[in-house]
Design a binder for this molecule. Structure first.
Ligand code: SF4
Length: 247
């Protein structure tokens, strides 16, 4: 999750495919209405990663690159039972971490990063996850997107992490069209009304994960279908057989 570019559908295809075709941007009123509807549908949106504090969230986010939240949760449940602090993780050691997370993608690199970032937290921050973006992004395996998730979920900062789902929804709807994650993030921050900023990240991810699917968006079931500018919305008959791996 930290360094990968947004991908459409499962975390395995390019954002560009998920984003096409380009659509005109929503008006200010439409943007507000889009969030109002998403908020009504999910009044209390939460991360689907399991964590107990900023450190376990940070580790879970680092592990979630090109892996589903469910697969990360299955790996972290026993891992965090053994090691839920930077010191305990370093004591556990890279090989034990590798074994614990071997069911998720890129586990060799991720095991190295979990140990390295735990060491860095101890050396630079007294074992405490920093609240500053620059300090977070200086940790091994932590990119802008991961830092945004930690800042938003752990510390309540109004950041918006642009993953594959957010990228797709922002482009399809016309909420914040952009060719890169950075452009979409800037557009979302500029266009999202203050009152929606804190939860925007969750609403957009969950909408992309469960409704605005990469291969076959569920437009007939979508609460923002009359606001969305996507020009090729699906009809009911298109939804008979959702593609495997489309969420
Ligand atoms: S109407 Fe369709 S394309 Fe638009 S946000 Fe909803 S599911 Fe996505």
């Amino acid at each position: 999750m930290a360094t990968a570019r947004p991908r459409a559908g499962s975390k395995g295809r390019t954002a560009a495919k998920g984003a096409a075709p380009a659509v005109p941007p929503l008006s200010e009123g439409e943007v507000d209405e889009l969030y109002r509807r998403l908020a009504a549908a999910r009044p209390d949106p939460r991360s689907e990663l399991s964590f107990t504090d900023p450190y376990t969230l940070l580790v879970a986010v680092v592990l979630s690159a090109q892996a589903t939240d469910a697969s990360v949760n299955r790996a972290t449940r026993p891992l965090f039972a053994e090691a839920a602090t930077p010191a305990a993780m370093v004591a556990l050691g890279e090989e034990r971490v590798r074994q614990a997370i071997r069911t998720i993608g890129l586990f060799n690199t991720k095991a190295k990063n979990v140990i390295a970032l735990s060491r860095a937290l101890i050396a630079r921050h007294d074992g405490v996850v920093p609240r500053e973006r620059e300090a977070l992004q200086a940790l091994p395996g932590v990119g802008r997107k991961s830092a945004n998730v930690v800042l938003n979920v752990a510390f309540g900062e109004p950041t918006i992490a642009v993953d594959t789902h957010v990228f797709r929804v922002a482009n399809r709807t016309g909420l914040a069209p952009g060719a890169t994650p950075e452009a979409v993030e800037a557009g979302l921050l500029a266009r999202t009304p203050q009152r929606w900023l804190h939860n925007a990240h969750h609403w957009l991810i969950l909408h992309g994960r469960y409704i605005c699917l990469a291969r076959r968006p569920r437009c007939p079931d979508c609460v923002i279908r009359d606001v969305c500018h996507y020009p090729v919305k699906t009809q009911g008959a298109d939804l008979a057989a959702p593609a495997a791996g489309s969420v």
